[in-house]
Design a protein around this ligand. Structure first.
Ligand code: SF4
Length: 295
């Protein structure tokens, strides 16, 4: 189906709203996981930190406030329904304009700068930003947009290693644990630990990032990958790093693994952490103007 002309304006408006709302309303699965972790906590300092997190979540939701000051790097995961006929360049422009408008109209702090001059256009956009990943969904007439404002504290704790096949699964586990322990308080724990396994170096890191956006409680459909998620989750929570690195029973809210097949001589592994606020928001947009918003 050919999308009407005003579809691009609708996408622009939706992207503006996704950015603003994602900073104020934490996904319900994350809120639930934080409440559960708070209830299990035995250390006094960790209990206090969890109570601050819960207060911030409630203030964001009830007072229309940002949960954390960091507006992050705007990242969109866009799935185009196979039955849609649209202009990809106009779609990218619409998403970019929505990002700029969120920044100007709210207004939001623009966290995006050029890499060497550190120039800030005050639009949250710049060369190759926002980051937009495109994918395709069979038999669908909708555009599915998942948005993440990726906070820098956790983004700076991103790691890749090109292991060799001889390192095996044990090498993967060791690498993930070393990065989480080495990161300590920096990614604002408890985190969602995204692990990418396989592919090329760039795909591996993208998989790790995408893994952090999976809803809490979900598992990788491959039983071996799911078992690895459980094993790493147990091990990470035995480190005692705890909320904000001050000690506690919960260092990770979840470990999510995403994988791809790789070269016979490669065994890449990537770690990307999502901080406790784990902000994400999604919208499905149809050519007739219908919009469904969720997480
Ligand atoms: S890492 Fe997350 S919680 Fe910590 S300051 Fe950045 S956005 Fe906020």
């Amino acid at each position: 189906m050919e999308v009407p002309n005003d579809f691009y304006t609708l996408v622009e408006n939706v992207c503006r709203d996704l950015y603003i709302q994602s900073l104020k309303e934490i996904p319900p699965d994350v809120v639930e996981a934080i409440r559960r972790a708070a209830g299990r906590e035995t250390k006094e300092v960790a209990k206090r930190i969890f109570s601050h997190y819960i207060k911030s979540i409630e203030l964001g939701r009830d007072q229309n406030m940002m949960v954390c000051q960091d507006t992050g790097i705007p990242i969109y995961w866009v799935e185009i329904g196979s039955k849609l006929r649209l202009d990809g360049a106009r779609l990218t422009e619409a998403i970019t304009r929505g990002t700029e408008r969120a920044t100007r109209e709210h207004p939001l702090r623009s966290s995006i700068v050029s890499p060497l001059k550190r120039e800030n256009r005050q639009t949250s956009t710049g060369q190759r930003i926002p980051i937009i990943h495109y994918d395709f969904a069979p038999d669908s007439e909708a555009l599915d947009i998942l948005f993440m404002p990726k906070g820098s504290g956790s983004e700076n704790m991103s790691f890749l290693k090109m292991l060799v096949p001889a390192d095996g699964v044990n090498g993967i586990k060791r690498f993930v644990l070393e990065q989480v322990v080495g990161a300590g308080a920096k990614p604002c724990p408890p985190t969602i630990v995204g692990v990418g396994i396989g592919g090329s170096s760039d795909l591996c890191m993208t998989l790790a990032k995408k893994a952090t956006a999976r809803p809490l409680g979900s598992h990788n459909p491959d039983p071996q990958m799911a078992a690895l998620e459980d094993e790493l989750f147990e091990a990470i929570n035995q480190t005692g790093i705890g909320p904000q690195g001050l000690g506690g029973n919960t260092t990770a809210l979840a470990v999510h693994v995403e994988s791809a097949w790789t070269h016979i001589t490669c065994n890449p592994v990537a770690v990307n952490m999502q901080c406790w606020r784990a902000e994400r928001r999604r919208a499905k947009v149809w050519p007739d103007g219908k919009v469904e918003v969720g997480f």
